[in-house]
Ligand binder design. Structure first.
Ligand code: PBG
Length: 330
């Protein structure tokens, strides 16, 4: 960095007077290609249950998910991330592996009707277990290695149903290796893994757990998700996932963890995704509903900050709104 030039030779405002010049020196852009829209699919027909804590988001039945995906595609958003609310739950999450599971059905239907859309499937058991934890419970805690077996099965089943990307969000040790191996053994060597590599035990997931009906019935997720105070540990998590075969690494949540996004991008030079999670979304909605902020402006500032930190991909419930804002600027 040149530190010699100083005022009055240097006037940084010179590049700010003319709006065209301002755009010429713009460093960070957000485009529709960066976005992934999360969706919740539930049983039934013609169901659209509003998720109270996440205004504008719904639990959709498969027929309505197809409609929603057509709309999303029409806006220019090219990827969605599926979460399932199953008919019934069990002790270990095996229902998530059923050939006709809720997400499997959604994947097949959307693949057929909106073939260009890139379908990301979340792999985790917490939506499918009666206790709301991410795997079978042994001695009061999630049993790591038994969970791996179910996750690998779930991933293969989702790939078989048409998932274009597999996204494991459970935070068990060794899951990327187990899933990669299972995918490859079943012929899915072309399917990338986007791992929730640095996923923190965060209060920002609250609204999601209403949406996905996946709140733990006892305890919390502190024995598997990361301590929000740790940054070096995130580098170890990301490193291991890359070694085990992750193609894209994710940091989650995004806004309180921009430093982690920055570090991951700089240390590993891998494609990085950031999850702008439910609580981050709902705070914006609540402030906007009260008239306290300029919502569109805030949304774009948030997206820009996540990209500026180093993310290539943003998973966000604002995806449709961002696309609409970008389209209106054309
Ligand atoms: C499942 C999962 C969670 C989220 C994504 N996948 C919740 C959790 O870990 O409890 C949160 C997403 C959000 O808050 O938007 N393990």
């Amino acid at each position: 960095m040149n530190t010699n030039s100083s005022f009055p030779n240097t006037r940084l405002r010179r590049l700010r007077y003319n709006p065209v010049v301002r755009k010429m020196v713009n460093e960070t852009s957000v485009t529709v290609d960066d976005l992934i829209m999360p969706l919740f699919v539930c049983p039934g027909e013609n169901v659209a249950n509003p998720i109270k804590s996440m205004p504008g988001n719904f639990q959709y039945s498969v027929d309505n998910i197809v409609k929603e995906c057509k709309e999303i595609w029409g806006l220019g958003v090219k990827s969605v991330l599926f979460f399932g609310i199953p008919e019934h739950k069990d002790d270990d999450g095996s229902v998530a592996c059923e050939h006709n599971g809720i997400v499997q059905r959604a994947l097949r239907a959307v693949k057929k009707e909106v073939p260009g859309l890139c379908l990301v499937a979340d792999v985790c058991n917490c939506e499918y277990t009666v206790h709301g934890h991410c795997g079978p419970i042994v001695d009061g805690d999630v049993e790591n290695d038994q969970t791996l077996v179910i996750l690998a099965k779930q991933a293969v089943s989702l790939a078989e149903a048409g998932a274009d990307i597999i996204a494991p969000s459970d935070m068990m040790d060794g899951r990327i290796g187990a899933i990669r191996k299972a995918l490859d053994e079943n012929g899915y060597y072309k399917i990338p893994i986007m791992s929730y590599a640095a996923k923190y035990a965060s209060g920002f997931y609250g609204p999601f757990r209403d949406a996905a009906e996946s709140a733990p019935k006892f305890g919390d997720r502190a024995t598997y998700q990361m301590n929000p105070a740790n940054s070096d540990e995130a580098m170890r998590e990301v490193m291991l996932d890359i070694q085990e075969g992750a193609d894209i690494v994710m940091v989650k949540p995004a806004l309180s963890y921009l430093d982690i996004i920055y570090r991951v991008k700089n240390e590993f030079k891998m494609p990085v995704a950031a999850y702008n999670v439910s609580g981050e979304f709902s705070m914006v909605k609540a402030a906007a509903a009260n008239g306290w902020i300029d919502e569109k402006r805030l949304i774009m500032e948030i997206m820009t900050s996540i990209k500026r930190a180093g993310a290539d991909i943003i998973i966000t419930y604002h995806a449709k709104e961002v696309a609409a804002i970008l389209n209106s600027r054309k």
